[in-house]
Design a protein around this ligand. Sequence first.
Ligand SMILES: NC(=O)c1ccc[n+]([C@@H]2O[C@H](COP(=O)([O-])OP(=O)(O)OC[C@H]3O[C@@H](n4cnc5c(N)ncnc54)[C@H](O)[C@@H]3O)[C@@H](O)[C@H]2O)c1
Length: 291
Amino acid sequence: MVKWTLVFKASNIKFKSSFNAFITYKDIIMAHEFLHPTSRFSNKVALITAAGKGIGKTLSLMMGLEGARIVAVDIDSDCLNELSKELQEKNIPFLALKANALDEASAKQTVDQAFKHFGTIDILVNGVGGSTIHGRSSSKIDEMELSEFEELLKFNLSGTFLMSRSVLPIMKKQKSGCIVNIASIAARGNAFSNGGYSAAKAGVVALTTKLAMEIAPFGLRCNAIAPGLTMTERMVTALEKTSADEMEKRISQVPLGRFATAEDQAKVICFLASSEADFVTGSTIFVAGGL
Ligand SMILES: NC(=O)c1ccc[n+]([C@@H]2O[C@H](COP(=O)([O-])OP(=O)(O)OC[C@H]3O[C@@H](n4cnc5c(N)ncnc54)[C@H](O)[C@@H]3O)[C@@H](O)[C@H]2O)c1
């Protein structure tokens, strides 16, 4: 086994091995990266909304384990506490903020607090959204109340708009940063979900493309994922009443033969937020098993 002894040489720290070969700090970092090839987010700060549950929670832990410092934002303090415990156990540096991403003042304050705490925001993931409002979900457009339609637009679009707008001055000043939005396969309009949700998620896709165009001159990127049905806790509960036959039918419609997991979605978000996707912007990746 190689034993390392520290040798101080002027201001440059060098390490001396039992083989008498000098190894610089840079070599050690390179060796670390070789042994831990997934530390893609070392020194990065990732602000994630809807972090308390589902895709956002899995993503917070995944990015944290790859070196990111996490700003976990959620409106629900219970799930935020649960996530905080898990981040703490894994020694992931984090800041948990209870906030409503759909509220203009709250979105701005959240970004300000995150920046004050960590001094940078490198990644913003906009996860707030969903196909139902207060448990209500109408399937047909001609059955939908205007209030429900408008709430769905707000739930899925406004947070993405407000959080992005709040973080952009910081990222523009840094001349680096990226945003990943969570749309849905519903954006294509042919999925199971309702018309309000489809329209809102199509809006997220359009906002992603438009924002990417606007911020590209500053060296910033914006992309989205469009998940198919993903077995987060919420979906497991929602599907509890679905018959086994119906479940089998729905699964058989997915070319890859299963529903997605939160990990499936988080992995693609990590790719888009990493330097592996340095030349990818304005894109929406469908993570839907071939649908
Ligand atoms: N799960 C799926 O099948 C699926 C499929 C396609 C797209 N999506 C999209 O993925 C995203 C995440 O979905 P999920 O199923 O992982 O979520 P989830 O419902 O499991 O969790 C959402 C989290 O968002 C938080 N939240 C709700 N409103 C908020 C607000 N105003 N401000 C801050 N936090 C708020 C909730 O408290 C909750 O912790 C959503 O945009 C959803 O539309 C999910």
